[in-house]
Design a protein around this ligand. Structure first.
Ligand SMILES: *[C@@H]1O[C@H](CO)[C@@H](O)[C@H](O)[C@H]1NC(C)=O
Ligand SMILES: *[C@@H]1O[C@H](CO)[C@@H](O)[C@H](O)[C@H]1NC(C)=O
Ligand SMILES: *[C@@H]1O[C@H](CO)[C@@H](O)[C@H](O)[C@H]1NC(C)=O
Ligand SMILES: *[C@@H]1O[C@H](CO)[C@@H](O)[C@H](O)[C@H]1NC(C)=O
Ligand SMILES: *[C@@H]1O[C@H](CO)[C@@H](O)[C@H](O)[C@H]1NC(C)=O
Ligand SMILES: *[C@@H]1O[C@H](CO)[C@@H](O)[C@H](O)[C@H]1NC(C)=O
Ligand SMILES: *[C@@H]1O[C@H](CO)[C@@H](O)[C@H](O)[C@H]1NC(C)=O
Length: 488
């Protein structure tokens, strides 16, 4: 117990520290810059139609679509307007309002944003500025590169999509709203808010229990992910608030190099499918000092990810931090070197979770969950290798192989309404190996201790006694393993 409280006070210090950093950050509102390089002024610059882009992206979640190369005019006409000498002090600023954006929450500012993008894209280390007084409405847009490196989109005002499916233009993708495509060294930051207006999407009758009399109607149920980075490297994101996404809030796929610091994501607990940050086929990711409150996974790590470092994240009323789901439709999935440290996970359906489908292949290895505080979390520590949307999934002879998963200094309280706080359901055909537990102490938020942790086919060691005690981890290494494991 003593241990538990000392941990708590350490954690409180950590949270207080984050809050201080944040309040400083948010009071230090950057109201533009000293050096505005004036372009040839005003609306005469705005092309009558937005710059044409390739059309990536109306893809499904699993198959990467094929893309055309960027519009042929881009390379032959890289500097459409006369610019000041970009080597003079300070970056070039491209204010969206000088490209015709109105920012009254009503006017469609898409063309202005595309024009500002096109202009800034051609200038090294330039800043597209969305000023703080303004609500800018833009429709589903692809901001594509290649651009000169160091491009910044600084949002100090509010940015939002059309309100709900009825106002979504017919011709626009319903799977994505803001797409950043083929960029290198791009930064998205600012003190403003990206507002997703997700309410009407959450209430579509095809969403769980939103049909007549609480039913779920069949049929296509596409809802746009808010911010998607696709095939982009060395992306930075900081400061910004993101809220009420129709679907995933921020999504990275096919990226290398992601650095997220001090962002805030907010959606209600009952908003379906609103993962906070999702990464897939992406390497070298850092997610730091961020607060995520939402209705699905706080952070989800999909197939093909490695070298992911998560520190100082707070998850509230979410489905926790998840690796997976992996191996759906017999797919081959590899995830390795994932570290989650110094997190607070509260009022959540899961704490730290690894979920795979039956019938997949590949592996999850070198995973570390450390210094994590749980508060009123169901399934605080869970491995579920029987993940399935319906009850009818068959057991299969192949599975994603889990090995080298360590849980260290994970403490706090669980909400024991449904199940034991520690649950290792490894596959029949392919056991989990080398699970290490130390300083795991989980107590009921209220009511009685649930002291029957669940393990199936799970091998590993306890370095210290856990609370609740767990005696179902098997020692050593399973005899029959090799035949069903497909390497990465
Ligand atoms: C991103 O990096 C990969 C190598 O990791 C490279 O093949 C690709 O061209 C890069 N993309 C951009 C847009 O820089
Ligand atoms: C946004 O990023 C740019 C480039 O790193 C930086 O110069 C600027 O200060 C940042 N702005 C905010 C508000 O964080
Ligand atoms: C909803 O349930 C009520 C009462 O059970 C029933 O009268 C009504 O027909 C149902 N509506 C639909 C659309 O199923
Ligand atoms: C694991 O990922 C971290 C970044 O999170 C990286 O610094 C480290 O080099 C990686 N380790 C291996 C063995 O690749
Ligand atoms: C505990 O978490 C659940 C969500 O899992 C939430 O509904 C409930 O209100 C929380 N209880 C307290 C006391 O915060
Ligand atoms: C799959 O295997 C698990 C573990 O042996 C077992 O509990 C479950 O009932 C099986 N499911 C089916 C559909 O056979
Ligand atoms: C077990 O996993 C740990 C990481 O949690 C790793 O350092 C160690 O090398 C693994 N041991 C074996 C035998 O694979």
């Amino acid at each position: 117990m003593e241990h538990y409280f000392s941990f708590n006070s350490k954690f409180v210090t950590f949270i207080v520290l984050i809050s201080i950093i944040w309040s400083q950050h948010y009071s230090n509102v950057v109201e533009g810059r000293a050096h505005y390089h004036k372009k040839r002024s005003g609306k005469s610059l705005v092309p009558s139609s937005p710059a044409s882009s390739p059309v990536p992206g109306d893809d499904d979640q699993t198959t990467p679509p094929s893309y055309e190369t960027p519009s042929p005019t881009a390379p032959s006409d890289p500097y459409p307007y006369p610019y000041p000498n970009p080597t003079s002090d300070g970056p070039c600023i491209f204010d969206v309002t000088s490209f015709g954006a109105v920012g009254d929450g009503d006017n469609d500012d898409t063309a202005a944003f595309q024009a500002a993008w096109k202009a800034a894209c051609a200038v090294e280390s330039s800043v597209i500025h969305v000023p703080s007084r303004g609500k800018f409405l833009i429709t589903s847009s692809i901001f594509s590169g290649p651009c000169m490196p160091g491009l910044v989109l600084q949002i100090d005002g509010e940015l939002m999509p059309p309100e709900g499916p009825d106002c979504w233009p017919e011709s626009d993708s319903k799977r994505q709203w803001l797409v950043f495509y083929r960029l290198n060294e791009f930064t998205l930051n600012g003190t403003g808010t990206i507002q997703g207006n997700g309410e009407k999407w959450w209430d579509l009758p095809c969403k769980p229990h939103k049909g007549p009399n609480g039913s779920t109607l069949p049929g296509p149920c596409d809802s746009p992910a808010m911010i998607r980075f696709f095939l982009s490297n060395n992306t930075k994101m900081s400061g910004i608030r993101i809220q009420n996404s129709p679907q995933f809030h921020v999504k990275f796929d096919g990226c290398d190099g992601v650095h997220i610091d001090k962002i805030q994501i907010n959606s209600p607990q009952n908003s379906p499918n609103t993962d906070g940050i999702h990464v897939e086929n992406t390497r070298n990711v850092g997610i730091y000092n961020s607060m995520i409150a939402n209705g699905d996974d706080c952070i989800s790590i999909g197939p093909g990810c490695s070298n992911v470092d998560i520190q100082g994240v707070v998850c509230d009323h979410s489905h926790g931090i998840s690796i997976g789901s992996l191996g759906v439709h017999n797919s081959h999935s590899c995830v390795s070197n994932i570290t989650v440290r110094g997190a607070l996970i509260k009022n959540s359906d899961n704490g730290v979770r690894i979920k795979t489908w039956q019938g997949g292949s590949g592996s999850v290895s070198d995973i570390s969950f450390q210094d994590i505080q749980m508060e009123n979390t169901t399934n605080s520590i869970i491995i579920d290798q029987y993940y399935c949307f319906t009850k009818g999934c068959r057991n299969e002879t192949s599975a994603v192989y889990l090995s080298g998963v360590s849980y260290k200094n994970i403490k706090g309280t669980y909400n024991n309404v449904r199940s034991a706080p520690i649950h290792f359901a490894c596959s029949d055909a392919v056991p989990c190996t080398n699970i290490t537990m130390s300083e795991v102490e989980l107590l009921p938020a209220q009511g009685e201790l649930v002291d029957d942790p669940f393990c199936w086919n799970a091998y590993g060691i306890q370095q210290t006694l856990t609370i609740p005690p767990i005696d179902c981890l098997q020692d050593g290494f399973p005899l029959s393993l090799g035949e069903h494991v497909v390497a990465c």
